[in-house]
Write a protein that binds this ligand. Sequence first.
Ligand SMILES: NC(=O)c1ccc[n+]([C@@H]2O[C@H](COP(=O)([O-])OP(=O)(O)OC[C@H]3O[C@@H](n4cnc5c(N)ncnc54)[C@H](OP(=O)(O)O)[C@@H]3O)[C@@H](O)[C@H]2O)c1
Length: 305
Amino acid sequence: MIVKGKDQQDTTNARYGSVLIVGGDSVVGTNLVKTFRMKRANVITTTRRVDKLDKATVWLDLLDVNATEFPSLKFDTAILCAGLTSKQQCDQDPQQSYKTNVDGIMHVVAKLAAQRAHIIYLSTNEVFSGSDCFPTHKADVNPMSIYGKLKAECESKIRSITSNLTIVRFTKIIHPKFPLFVEWVCRIKKRETIQPYCDKYFAPIPLDYAVNVILRLTSMKFPGIVHVSASRDISYYEAGVVIAKTLSRDINLVIPHRSINDDKDIPNLAKTALDTTTLKEIGFSPCDPCDTIKAWALKYNTTVV
Ligand SMILES: NC(=O)c1ccc[n+]([C@@H]2O[C@H](COP(=O)([O-])OP(=O)(O)OC[C@H]3O[C@@H](n4cnc5c(N)ncnc54)[C@H](OP(=O)(O)O)[C@@H]3O)[C@@H](O)[C@H]2O)c1
């Protein structure tokens, strides 16, 4: 990944203490566990997959929290990654989503707050409506989607029970197997066209950058709200062109498409990029979205035959 300056990584001698990662199988959680362990931090994770249990991995189902036995260990920090993250799933079953993303998380937070753990709650730009440019961490939330509403409600409830808390709102995190881009690359390489939206926007950030921010927050125990966003929005069409160019393919294969025939899988937010004042306070500068896409394409191209 292209990262500018040494400020974009947490220092290897940072002190993390004992860390609980709730949702160790999530994309972000998996990479957090790997990175913390590389730095020899003391990490326990949770899973709802019985075949993955071991002495550092405890069972936790947000829909059955009473059955969970928390390890007797006291945690310095707990990072909350688990939850229903598909907007479509939240739309289809709002009750189940509420039980998971609000009730389940609050049960866990209550236990952790009682032992004075610092809590890092992973939230989203979807707590905003998308009508304002670069909302700050102090701006009022105004979610449009059910997923965003549950995240906003959970933020507010956690704040009411502990101040030992960082709320981190991410824009779109791009991981190495990001399915939309993988599909585009397959098609472009076969000289097939792709039709990304030219009127839907996102502010992509690399997964390893997101992980490094969380590591920094863990060592700093930063109190408050941090926005982790690219420096600006780009359209999905612009992203498609960057991928085609990076792979030295014909950019005419990328055909701009208007979102008249809606696709619910893509966030329907006019503006997604966030103000990053507090991100800068912890020593990170926001990434350029085109650099992120380019780095993704280069890396994907070298790892896939
Ligand atoms: N990825 C992004 O672009 C992005 C952007 C903004 C915010 N966030 C937030 O960052 C966090 C991590 O995102 P992610 O993309 O890494 O998530 P993810 O890959 O979709 O993983 C979600 C995890 O939650 C677990 N889960 C779902 N229901 C559960 C339940 N009832 N009990 C226990 N665990 C349950 C899943 O377990 P299984 O693996 O067993 O299914 C899965 O591991 C989420 O809170 C998300 O809202 C992510």
